[in-house]
Design a protein around this ligand. Structure first.
Ligand code: NAD
Length: 460
C-alpha cells in the first residue's frame, strides 16, 4: 500500500478535516488548479494506465483511451463551467417579501468518501473525484481491489500529485471498506453492485451521511422492426461486448419483435465476425473476464437456453466468446441476475405490450434501450417504463454526454452525477435570505389583536 496503512484511516480523516477548515478548498481558483493538476497527472501516466488496464482486464488500448483516460474531457468540462456553477444564484421572492433578497450559495460538504468498482476501475474513481474537487471537498478514495493494477496506479498518481490531507487513497478490499465505513464522512459516493450498495447505505445511516449509489441491474434493449438493421446490430454489438460485457449500462438482454428476430441474429453474427474475426480469442480488441470467480459465475449462465452464436470458453485466460443465446426462460439464472459479461439472451415478443410488461415486472434498470424509428412507440416506451436513463437507437453513448445526469432509480441507484450534476452531488445548496433595515412592518409581531384580517387577506 502506497498511501496508507488501514490503522491510519482515522488520522487521514482528521488531517483532511483540519485542511478543510483552513478554507483553502473554498477558493474556486484553488479548485481549478487542482483539476488542472489531476489532468496533467493523468496525461503524464497515460502509458502506465494503459498497462494497468491491460493487466486487469486485457483491455484494448483504444477502449482504455475511450472509456478510462477519456475522463480528462470531464475535467475540461468542469474547469470551463466551474466559475458559473459555484456563483451564488439569485432566487425569486414574492411581493410580500419585497424588502428581502434571496440567494442560493453552493458550498462544499467537507470530507467525502468515494468507493469504486473494478469494471471501469480508473474512470469510475476519477469521474466522481472531479465532482468532489470541483465542489471544494477533500476526498478519500478506495478503488476496487479486484482491479489491483489500476488500484495501484491510482494510488501512485494521487500520492505523487496531491497532499493526503486533501486527497488520499486507501487501497484494499472489504476490510478497508469496512474500516472506512466505520468513520463519519460528509458524503459517500459508491459505485458497485446493489447488494453492497445496501451495506453502504446501512453504514451511512449511522451518521446520517448522505449517499450517492451508482448501482447496476438488468438493462433491457428493445428492438422493434422499424429500424436500420445494419446500424442497430453494430450499435448493440459494440455496447454489449465492449469490455467483454462488463459494463453497468451494457444491454443485458434483447427484447426483439418476432418479425425481425432472424434478421437481427444473422446481423449480430456477421457483425461479431467483422469486429473480432473468426476466433475472438485471437482478437487484440476483445477483453477478458476480471477474475476466476466472475468467470465461473458467467460460465454457469451458458447452461441456460440455447447457444446461437459463440459459447466457447478458455478458463486459463478467463476468455468467454461473445455469445448470443435463445430460448431462455425468465426463471433461468441468466434472466434473474445482472449478467455483466459477454452473454446476450434474446427474448422475442409479438406485441410491444409484452416487452413493456416484462420490463415493468423487474426492478427499475439503470439503462433502457429502444431501437425504433416509430415516434409513437418511442413515446409509449418512455411513458410506460421507468429507468435511470434511456438511449434511443444507440447503446452506452448516453454516458458520454456531460449535460445529462447519470444515475439509477429504485434498485439501480440513488442520486446522479456527470457535468453539473457532479458539482451538485458534492455541494450543499445553502439558502440565504437577507432583509434590510429601511422598513419594519409590524403585521407579524405581537400583540396580534386586530391583525388577523390582514393575515387572512395575505393568505387569500
Ligand atoms: P461490488 O459492489 O462488489 O464492489 C464495489 C466496491 O465495494 C469495491 O471497492 C469493493 O471493495 C467494495 N465492497 C465489496 N464488498 C463490500 C462490503 N461487504 N462492504 C463494503 N464494501 C464492499 O461491485 P463490483 O463487482 O466491483 O462492480 C460490479 C457492479 O457495479 C455491477 O452490479 C455493476 O452494474 C455496478 N456498476 C455500476 C455502475 C454505475 O455507474 N451505476 C458502474 C459500474 C459498475
Amino acid at each position: 500500500m502506497i498511501t496508507t496503512e488501514l490503522s491510519n484511516i482515522g488520522l487521514i480523516i482528521q488531517n483532511q478535516r483540519e485542511f478543510f477548515q483552513t478554507g483553502k478548498t473554498k477558493d474556486v481558483n484553488f479548485r481549478i488548479e487542482q483539476l488542472k493538476t489531476l489532468k496533467q497527472a493523468i496525461i503524464e501516466h497515460e502509458q502506465s494506465i494503459v498497462e494497468a488496464l491491460q493487466g486487469d482486464l486485457h483491455k484494448p488500448e483504444l477502449e482504455t483511451y475511450l472509456t478510462e483516460i477519456g475522463v480528462i474531457k470531464d475535467i475540461d468540462y468542469a474547469i470551463k463551467h466551474l466559475k458559473i456553477w459555484s456563483k451564488p444564484k439569485k432566487a425569486a421572492v414574492s411581493f410580500d417579501f419585497f424588502s428581502y433578497s434571496a440567494r442560493i450559495y453552493p458550498e462544499p460538504l467537507g470530507v467525502v468518501l468515494i468507493i469504486g468498482p473494478w469494471n471501469y476501475p480508473f474512470q469510475l474513481i476519477i469521474s466522481p473525484l472531479i465532482g468532489a474537487i470541483a465542489a471544494g471537498n477533500c476526498a478519500i478514495i478506495k478503488p476496487s481491489e479486484i482491479a489491483s493494477h489500476t488500484s495501484g496506479i491510482i494510488a501512485k498518481i494521487v500520492a505523487k500529485h496531491f497532499d493526503p490531507a486533501y486527497i488520499a487513497v486507501v487501497e484494499g478490499g472489504v476490510e478497508a471498506s469496512e474500516k472506512l465505513l466505520a468513520e463519519k464522512f460528509d458524503h459517500i459516493f459508491f459505485t458497485g453492485g446493489t447488494a453492497v450498495g445496501k451495506i453502504i447505505m446501512a453504514a451511512a445511516a449511522k451518521y446520517l451521511t448522505p449517499v450517492t449509489l451508482e448501482l447496476g441491474g438488468k438493462s433491457p434493449c428493445i428492438v422493434d422492426n422499424d429500424i436500420n438493421l445494419e446500424h442497430t446490430v453494430r450499435r448493440i454489438t459494440w455496447g454489449k461486448f465492449i469490455n467483454a460485457g462488463q459494463t453497468c449500462i451494457a444491454p443485458d438482454y434483447l427484447l426483439v419483435d418476432k418479425k425481425i428476430k432472424k434478421d437481427l441474429i444473422d446481423g449480430l453474427e456477421k457483425c461479431l465476425k467483422e469486429f473480432y474475426g473468426d476466433n475472438p480469442a485471437n482478437s487484440p480488441d476483445y477483453a477478458r473476464i476480471i477474475s476466476q470467480k466472475h468467470f465461473d459465475r458467467l460460465v454457469n449462465f451458458l447452461k441456460d437456453g440455447k447457444v446461437l452464436i459463440g459459447g466457447k470458453t478458455q478458463p486459463s485466460e478467463r476468455y468467454i466468446a461473445p455469445t448470443v443465446i435463445d430460448n431462455v426462460s425468465l426463471e433461468d439464472s441468466v434472466m434473474q441476475e445482472e449478467i455483466f459479461g459477454p452473454i446476450l439472451p434474446i427474448i422475442e415478443y409479438t406485441d410491444i405490450a409484452e416487452a413493456i410488461a416484462l420490463i415493468n415486472s423487474k426492478p427499475k434498470p439503470l439503462a433502457l434501450y429502444l431501437f425504433s424509428q416509430n415516434k409513437n412507440l418511442q413515446k409509449r416506451v418512455l411513458q410506460e417504463t421507468s429507468s435511470g436513463g434511456v438511449c434511443i437507437n444507440d447503446t452506452v453513448m448516453q454516458v458520454g454526454v456531460s449535460s445529462l445526469p447519470f444515475g439509477g432509480v429504485g434498485d439501480s441507484g440513488i442520486g446522479n452525477y456527470h457535468g453539473k450534476a457532479s458539482f451538485d452531488t458534492f455541494s450543499h445548496d445553502k439558502s440565504v435570505l437577507k432583509n434590510s433595515f429601511w422598513l419594519d412592518l409590524k403585521w407579524r409581531y405581537a400583540p396580534y389583536e386586530g391583525k388577523l384580517p390582514l393575515i387572512k387577506k395575505l393568505l387569500g
